[in-house]
Design a protein around this ligand. Structure first.
Ligand SMILES: Cc1ncc(COP(=O)(O)O)c(C=O)c1O
Length: 382
């Protein structure tokens, strides 16, 4: 009898089970009784009536899908409006919207590098940037986390086009990249700087204009930014922001732009409505950061191990993967939804609870969340 060609999968599954690394899906009911510290809905806009109404109206008006790739039928007037307003809000010349932030990152890294060019990438960058480096047929040097000196060393003396790539706020620990220093290193060596501001848009900078605005780098020559519409803006999709000629180059060469169906009109309209809310209510960004700081203050006062958050992402160390999974399950049983990051999602192999602060969390929700996380903390987490 011939062997089943997928038998090898069982051995992998058994290894995962033994290491406590099995992942499972938990379909979320529409009305959850859980207090949410697991999503990326930092500004609490995913269910804001202006956002959901805009999305619903767009689906009725434009259709459930965008009907084609952006260069064929998948660009609606909504996409153009969103691109113009996003670029203006964040302080860039132009923007290009993609179906996901993942696709935006693949596009930016691959289209802005070529054989013979050099990519220098922070070791803790998001998987989508890492995959972009893998797909780009360029030399990639991975440098230690948040180390401008290492970027400088890697870029020094390279004669051709070079691209330095970093998250603005790293998605595992929530720490921020040293953007001003990286920009100085890039300017000195003639390299371009690509910053993934997935966790900075809506949270950092004046009124949530993002990490590059906070560093005075939006619209700077040689700087390109990617964002997602799926976190602070409560919708779906992604975008690349930068000089107009870079955006035009992406339209003509980025494979995840050309060969992918355009973002659904409902998602474009939802993101646009959220962006307008953010512009009209700039206090949301500061409130989200204040909630993150308060969660951190209370958890570390109880002896838990968590780095100070630079935006809305907080991670709390757990002793082992199994303990992290149990901790997250105990929190859930007590009414608090938290994330749980384990290898291989974490570059350093350290398991963590991953918490996200939301601008719309009340005082009593903060108290309840901290009380549960502290009470259920496993042995060895302090
Ligand atoms: C830093 C970072 N970049 C990019 C992405 C991908 O964005 P999207 O979910 O819109 O594909 C994520 C997470 O989802 C992220 O955390």
């Amino acid at each position: 009898m011939p062997r089943d060609p997928f038998d090898w999968i069982d051995a992998r599954a058994e290894d995962r089970r033994r290491a406590g690394l099995v992942r499972t899906l938990r379909p979320r009911p529409a009305e959850s009784r859980l207090l949410d510290l697991a999503s990326n809905d930092y500004l609490g806009l995913a269910r804001h009536p202006e956002v959901t109404d805009a999305a619903a109206r767009a689906a009725v008006r434009w259709g459930a899908g965008s009907t084609g790739s952006r260069l064929v039928t998948g660009t609606t007037e909504l996409h153009a409006e969103l691109e113009a307003e996003l670029a203006a809000f964040c302080g860039f010349e132009a923007a290009l919207v993609f179906a996901t932030g993942y696709a935006a990152n693949l596009a930016a890294v691959t289209a802005l590098s070529a054989p013979g060019s050099l990519i220098v990438s922070d070791a803790a960058n998001h998987a989508s940037l890492i995959d972009g480096c893998r797909l780009a047929r360029a030399e990639t040097v991975v440098v230690p986390h948040r180390d401008p000196g290492a970027f400088h060393k890697a870029l020094d003396g390279h004669g051709g086009f070079a691209l330095a790539v970093t998250d603005s706020v790293f998605s595992v620990d929530g720490d921020a990249a040293p953007l001003s220093q990286l920009a100085a290193v890039c300017a000195e060596s003639g390299a371009a700087l690509l910053v993934d501001d997935a966790h900075g848009l809506g949270v950092l900078g004046d009124g949530g204009r993002g990490a590059l605005a906070a560093a005075g780098l939006s619209g700077a020559p040689g700087v390109v930014c990617t964002v997602t519409l799926s976190k602070s803006l409560g919708s779906q999709g992604g975008a690349v922001l930068g000089p107009a000629r870079v955006i035009e180059h992406l339209v003509n060469s980025a494979r995840t732009f050309i060969f992918d169906t355009g973002l659904a009109p409902a998602s474009a309209a939802g993101a646009l409505a959220a962006l307008r809310l953010l512009r009209g209510e700039p206090g949301r960004a500061a409130r989200a950061r204040a909630v993150a700081r308060e969660l951190h203050r209370r958890l570390t006062a109880a002896g838990l191990d968590s780095a100070a958050p630079d935006a809305c992402v907080l991670s709390v160390r757990a002793p082992q993967p199994q303990a992290a999974v149990r901790w997250a399950a105990d929190c859930r049983a007590a009414g608090i939804a938290v994330g749980c990051f384990r290898p291989p999602s974490v570059p350093d192999g350290i398991s963590r609870l991953r918490l996200s602060a939301r601008a719309d969390m009340t005082e009593s929700e903060i108290t309840e969340a901290c009380e549960v996380i502290i009470r259920t903390a496993p042995e060895g987490s302090r």
